[in-house]
Design a protein around this ligand. Structure first.
Ligand code: IPE
Ligand code: IPE
Ligand code: MG
Length: 231
């Protein structure tokens, strides 16, 4: 499952709080969602935490988000180890504060052998940025003769994406009522089922998670075939 965790700012406004308070409340939902995912056997949860476009927000909000990220990583570390959750990231983390990068690398290393559940955080992620970085590596490898341009297939290309060995999402959820993808997993969600809910991210708990799963289970996925073909 991939989730666009949206609506922290609107949630805060509704509660007479600052946007940063909204982000803090939102960060707490990550644990609820991880618990719910383990409960119903969802192996991969990929959360959009900070987009490549979010850097353009007011400086104070960006730095509060970076601080919150650092704090959340520290507090979630125990849970990842206790519940055997592998931690991974997608996006260009080299642009994050050095301390945060160190924390991320440490947590990835400590959890790298867990294979039942995986939390993927999208940090400084944007599909177009991901594609640009991939294309540049593909061009370099083609030039060096690592593969021939005539024989490149989708499997080869997908190996250059940040999600190289992470399965494509089956379900893409966006909270807060917005119905757009905002540069998230554009290629990977080619055949994902989309689920939009009005609920703001800080209100997205276990019940909301289960509702999304329930909705997904009623979908008929056809992958270009006719309804009769897949019966
Ligand atoms: C999502 O909530 C969190 C991030 C993008 C980091 P928003 O901050 O986008 O909340 P709204 O959309 O302004 O309500
Ligand atoms: C998408 O939400 C990014 C994250 C949830 C991290 P935004 O709030 O940034 O997206 P737009 O600007 O409404 O498209
Ligand atoms: Mg938003």
């Amino acid at each position: 499952m991939a989730i666009i965790m949206d609506g922290n700012g609107r949630w805060a406004k509704e509660h007479g709080l600052s946007r940063v308070e909204g982000h803090k409340e939102g960060a707490k939902r990550v644990k609820d969602v991880m618990d719910a995912a383990r409960e119903c056997g969802v192996k991969y949860v990929t959360l959009y935490a900070f987009s490549s476009e979010n850097w353009s927000r007011p400086k104070a909000e960006v730095s509060a988000l970076m601080k919150l990220l650092e704090h959340s990583l520290k507090s979630y570390a125990k849970d990842f180890l206790k519940n055997k959750i592998r931690f991974r990231t997608i996006g260009d983390i080299s642009k994050l504060p050095e301390k945060t990068v160190t924390l991320i690398e440490k947590l990835k290393e400590e959890t790298k052998d867990f294979n039942e559940h995986c939390l993927v955080l999208a940090l400084n992620y944007g599909s177009r940025d991901e594609l640009l970085r991939a294309v540049s590596k593909i061009a370099r490898d083609a030039k060096q003769g690592i593969f021939s341009p005539e024989h490149i297939g989708w499997d080869d290309v997908s190996e250059y994406l940040d999600t190289a060995d992470i399965p494509d999402p089956d379900l893409m959820v966006r909270t807060s009522g917005e119905m757009r993808i905002s540069n998230y997993l554009l290629l990977q969600s080619a055949y994902a089922e989309l689920y939009f809910t009005q609920v703001n991210w800080p209100d997205f708990g276990r019940d909301e998670f289960m509702r999304a799963i329930g909705d997904f289970e009623r979908r008929e996925r056809r992958y270009g075939l006719t309804g009769e073909q897949i019966k």
